[in-house]
Ligand binder design. Structure first.
Ligand code: ZN
Length: 397
């Protein structure tokens, strides 16, 4: 079975998993419509510009005969667009855009939770913890990578993941799950960290540290750290489903843990590797990552439908690559099987064209459902997402 074929079946399995989780994984919570939300789930598709969303919608309809969870959410909630430029670049990176969303401030590309002059700025997690809420982050990248780092740490340089991991090990979050075990574990335990074992630091801080899917599902701890790969998790299409949890499974576990707090929670879920596949102009893995992210959105949407005091926001930090289904030499595609889509180099029709192997300045979509959803209208800036989240949760800056 070639990778495309595998991808088709795996993407269908992801959807089925999401449907099952929607039935079995729901945690009961407080009911009743209030002006402000008690809890918030923010899902960030790294690199999920409108183009990969368009291809995902076509794939879902034509190949799976199914509607995207993002589309289900959009049908019931609100949709707007956000600009993403950073303090010093028209085209942002994930650190500056993560800081804009997490902290409401523009900074330079590469900087985590700081102004350009390296002044630390509070993020939404810190404000929520001060209000007595629980917070958590899950991602398919290493947990010390740029986007989760903006919620869990402060650093002038995103590439210093050894330092960022040390901050994650001592953070106030109740949930921190993804990859990146090499930044935490010493060489004698298979990692690359010199001068200490950060999992011991995390354990002393109250975390149960788990390394595979089974241990994550079995955990009953009130604080959980999941390190499921040395660096980033494998692409969804390459994932060992027995040992590495899906993004939807991590999301369900995070909600299970965080929702034990009666004062509410804030959860950040990142589909972190849509971007990585787009940098490689790899449409098959980009689609696989997108569908895994959409399954996590499905879990969050189902949870919101049962808990009306929860707001769900789905957005992207930036577009990457600008993929589009297009014509080749004037020949437009009919309605072929998705397996017949190729890259431009393959010189056959239909094709997926890419404008680059880097990020773009294209506006990103923002989908919202729950209390405060009406604030997300028109074309906003990514810093407005933070401002709206603070208002919706009634937090004090
Ligand atoms: Zn990128």
């Amino acid at each position: 079975m070639d990778k495309r074929e595998t991808g088709r079946h795996r993407a269908a399995a992801v959807l089925v998993t999401a449907l099952l989780l929607g039935v079995a994984g729901v945690v009961p919570g407080a009911q009743g419509a209030e002006a402000a939300a008690k809890s918030l789930i923010l899902l960030i598709g790294d690199g999920m510009g409108p183009q990969i969303l368009s291809i995902g919608k076509i794939y879902s309809e034509m190949e799976l005969n199914s509607v995207l969870n993002i589309e289900r959410l959009a049908d019931k909630g609100r949709t707007c667009y956000a600009s993403t430029s950073s303090a010093d670049k028209l085209v942002t990176d994930s650190a500056a855009s993560g800081t804009a969303i997490a902290c409401g401030k523009k900074t330079q590309n590469g900087m985590i939770g700081m102004l350009p002059d390296t002044t630390k700025v509070d993020n939404i997690f810190e404000l929520a913890v001060r209000a007595g809420k629980s917070v958590g982050a899950v991602t398919t990248t290493s947990i010390s990578h740029a986007t989760p780092a903006c919620f869990l740490a402060h650093h002038p340089n995103r590439s210093h993941e050894w330092d960022i991991a040390a901050q994650v090990a001592e953070c106030d979050a109740a949930v921190a799950m993804g990859g990146g075990s090499k930044y935490f574990l010493p060489p004698e335990r298979g990692g690359g960290r010199r001068g200490g074992d950060l999992t011991e630091t995390a354990a002393r801080a109250g975390f149960e540290v788990v390394y595979d899917r089974e241990a994550m599902l079995a955990s009953e701890a009130d604080r959980i750290m999941g390190l499921f790969a040395p660096a980033h998790l494998p692409y969804e299409l390459d994932r060992d489903v027995e040992t590495v949890p899906s993004l939807a499974e991590m999301t369900a576990k995070a909600v299970e843990v965080l929702s034990r707090n009666e004062r509410g929670f804030v959860l950040m879920v990142e589909g972190g590797r849509i971007d990585h596949a787009e940098h490689e102009n790899d449409i098959v893995d980009a689609l696989g990552e997108f569908m895994a992210f959409d399954a996590a959105v499905g879990y969050a949407l189902d949870y919101q439908e049962r808990n009306s005091d929860v707001t769900v926001i789905v957005t992207a930090d930036h577009d990457c690559g600008g993929p589009a289904i297009t014509a080749l030499k004037g020949e437009y595609a009919g309605y072929p099987d998705i397996d017949q889509y190729h890259t431009l180099e393959e010189e056959t029709c239909p094709v997926v064209g890419w404008v680059s192997g880097d990020h773009t300045a294209t506006l990103v979509p923002v989908f919202t459902i729950g209390p405060g959803e009406d604030g997300f209208a028109g074309i906003i800036d990514n810093t407005d997402i933070f401002i709206h989240m603070v208002e919706i949760l009634g937090l004090e800056e």
